[in-house]
Design a protein around this ligand. Structure first.
Ligand code: AMP
Length: 217
């Protein structure tokens, strides 16, 4: 059996991290941990804590490190990660990267790869404003390249599709600013450790498995 795979996907919002994470997961049987989905679930529960989280997410700001590290720490301590994990959307700031390093060190584990998914800003705005998401099962569509069979309805569960608040063009622009300021510096950190692998975010979908197998060796 292949050694455990511990992977971080790093890239701007809308670059295609989630799609790549799920393909790697299927190829290698490793669970994906998506902080955006975990936080959206907290918002959907409507608790006081969810309201705090929502106040950051709807503006395209990062949810405070203390909250996110808490959520991720709990998830990493569950017992289904013996084959590894794929972190989609974490870490997104230096304190989060320090938290992850601390966790790995404490458990005598190592990251194998940090996949840097790249896409230019214009393509990102175009992609995200055409994105429609299912608030129930999390399935993601694109009005042009992956439309649902029936307009406005999720193929998987029949729920009504939405444009996420934070996929509106003004919020997308802010998410890109936040990415540049808080997340991009992590590239240097992982470059120094020799962990970075590049993967273009606009690679044709049907050829992604082949690309990712090549990238991961
Ligand atoms: P995503 O679905 O990954 O684009 O994340 C959507 C939003 O969730 C982000 O714009 C942030 O508000 C929040 N979020 C997701 N992951 C993190 C994280 N690691 N740290 C802080 N906020 C996060």
């Amino acid at each position: 059996m292949r050694r455990p795979l511990r992977i971080v996907l790093l890239g701007p919002p809308g670059s295609g991290k989630g799609t790549q994470a799920h393909i790697i997961s299927e190829l290698y049987g490793v669970p994906v941990i998506t902080t955006g989905d975990m936080l959206r679930e907290a918002v959907a529960n409507g608790t006081e804590y969810g309201k705090i989280v929502d106040s950051y997410m709807s503006r395209g700001e990062l949810v405070p490190d203390k909250i996110v590290n808490g959520v991720v720490g709990e998830r990493l301590n569950r017992s289904d990660l013996e084959n590894g994990f794929i972190l989609d959307g974490f870490p997104r700031s230096t304190p989060q990267a320090e938290f992850l390093d601390g966790f790995l060190e404490e458990h005598d584990l190592k990251l194998e790869y940090v996949i840097h998914v790249t896409l230019d800003d214009e393509a990102i705005v175009k992609r995200l404003s055409n994105r429609r998401s299912c608030p129930n099962c999390g399935e993601v569509y694109h009005l042009v390249s992956k439309p649902p069979k029936k307009e406005g309805v999720c193929d998987k569960c029949g729920s009504e599709l939405i444009l996420r608040d934070d996929d509106r063009p003004d919020v997308i622009r802010n998410r890109l600013v936040v990415y540049r300021e808080k997340t991009q510096p992590l590239l240097d950190r992982y470059m120094e450790k020799g962990l970075i692998k590049e993967a273009p975010g606009d690679h044709p979908m049907e050829r992604l498995p082949e690309l990712l197998k090549r990238v991961l060796g």
